[in-house]
Design a protein around this ligand. Structure first.
Ligand SMILES: Cc1ncc(COP(=O)(O)O)c(C=O)c1O
Length: 442
């Protein structure tokens, strides 16, 4: 197969435009290209030892290739290599970051915000929980047993007490269990995952916000994976209702490097109340000289950060604005349609069964059998055979205690299932091919 390289032509043109903006004496920029060619060829050879993350037949973990515009803009920025910590090192790309972040806040219907890009979802969540801990220093952070493990680890780093709340069979926060915990009066923040890493399930934000009227706590939305689904109409009406409440949370994390078509190194944290900037105040005798405007380093915990990430994201938003029924949203809705189609096929299969109805674009399914141990073994073997057939899936361990009325015997704590993140828009067109490979792998 051929890799996309048309964008390289755009990059050449963009570099010509970029260099015309600098009226400076020429530099001697000769390098030993023969030596470099030998090294880059060896590097490409090393990189062949990869699963094809960019291809729709890679239908396992959350991996999605950046859009060519993001790649070209990111690479173009490499010739400048801006550092979005301070305006001094990122005169153009810091304002581009502010614009791109404002686009994200607007997508959630926020009228005001404080926010910035981060290295990824973990750093973004760390900042949100750090602020949560500043506001409620002696209170607990609660996340569900299906939330990303990062919340528990971050709480440990921040020395904040952490507890898990149970989930229903869909992997969503059990609202009664949460209320029982809230009654104790020692909870400062509830993390609401808007698209869990395992199953793509969406916590009941509407019910959690109702509880906030009764008990005083912060709501942090971890929308690292699922945030962009807020643009879609082809979700269940209950799910749409939950996404519509995102303008009411206190803080939110979304990762453009997951569903937002960006290269890795692009997360984002948003706070509804700009006054939380006060927690970030620090002295820096080395930076912040060239502008009285807010430097992004003054409101972030990370110091140096790739300005190129902001350039890639800004360019992507210019090409595909974050609006309902726009190109970006329509492409994302294809992932959702692919997930629904796979679910339908699984429902009528003699060999497979869907674990749940997918809420976003992650589908989990089991292989039929008499006992959970036998079914788990079959799933492990199937996973290996699928790879031989160039279909790359992932595995998911589902607690058997959550299975209601199973038609098989439960003899293990977990049932091993197959799991597909159908997050590439091409997955819709490739679904029949994926299905044929699944049948061939039985
Ligand atoms: C819901 C959720 N939160 C947080 C993270 C962590 O993000 P990152 O891997 O960018 O640090 C992930 C990663 O998969 C995630 O799915």
């Amino acid at each position: 197969m051929k890799l996309e390289r048309e964008s390289l032509k755009l990059l050449e043109k963009a570099l010509e435009k970029l260099e015309s903006g600098f009226e400076l004496p020429n530099l001697d920029q000769s390098y030993d290209l023969d030596k470099m060619e030998a090294v880059i060829t060896k590097t490409a050879e090393k990189m062949q030892d990869n699963y094809p993350y960019f291809h729709p037949l890679f239908a396992g973990q959350m991996l999605k290739p950046p859009h060519p515009i993001a790649k070209a803009a990111y690479m173009m920025a490499m010739w400048i290599n801006p550092n979005n910590h301070a305006m001094d090192g990122s005169k153009a790309s810091s304002p581009m970051e502010k614009e791109a972040v404002a686009d994200l806040a607007k997508m959630f219907g926020w009228e005001k915000h404080l926010g910035h890009l981060t290295g990824g979802g973990t750093m973004a969540n760390l900042e949100a929980l750090w602020v949560a801990g500043k506001i409620h220093p002696d209170k607990k952070i609660i996340a569900s047993d299906q939330a990303h493990y990062t919340h528990e680890r971050i709480s440990e780093v921040l020395k904040l007490e952490f507890d898990k709340v149970g989930t229903d069979h869909q992997g969503r926060i059990d609202i009664q269990a949460l209320e029982e915990m809230l009654k104790q009066g020692d909870i400062g923040t509830v993390v609401c995952t808007m698209g869990t890493t395992g199953l793509g399930s969406v916590d009941p934000l509407d019910d959690i916000l109702e509880l906030r009227n009764k008990y005083d706590f912060r709501v942090h939305a971890d929308a690292a994976y699922g945030g962009y689904f807020t643009l879609l109409d082809n979700l269940a009406s209950q799910t749409i209702k939950k996404y519509q409440q995102l303008d009411k949370v206190d803080s939110l994390v979304i990762d453009p490097h997951k569903q937002g078509l960006q290269p890795y190194g692009c997360g984002c944290v948003l706070f509804q109340n700009p006054e939380v900037a006060k927690f970030y105040i620090h002295e820096s005798p080395y930076t912040y000289f060239t502008s009285d405007e807010l430097h992004l380093g003054e409101i972030s915990l990370e110091c140096s950060r790739a300005g190129a990430s902001a350039v890639g994201l800004w360019a992507t938003h210019q090409l595909m604005p974050l609006v309902r029924n726009g190109e970006f949203a329509n492409n994302l809705s294809k992932s959702r349609s692919a997930a629904l189609r796979l679910f339908e096929k699984l429902q009528t299969s003699d060999d497979f069964f869907p674990l749940l109805k997918p809420e976003t674009d992650i589908v989990a399914w089991g292989i039929k059998g008499r006992t959970t141990s036998e079914m788990s073994q079959k799933a492990n073997e199937f996973f290996m055979r699928a790879e031989e057939n160039h279909l790359y899936l992932s595995l998911y361990k589902y607690p058997t205690s959550k299975l209601s009325n199973p038609s098989f015997e439960i003899d293990t704590d977990y049932l091993v299932c197959l799991r597909s993140s159908l997050m590439k828009p091409e997955h819709e067109d490739w679904l029949n091919d994926i299905w044929s490979r699944m049948i061939a792998s039985l």
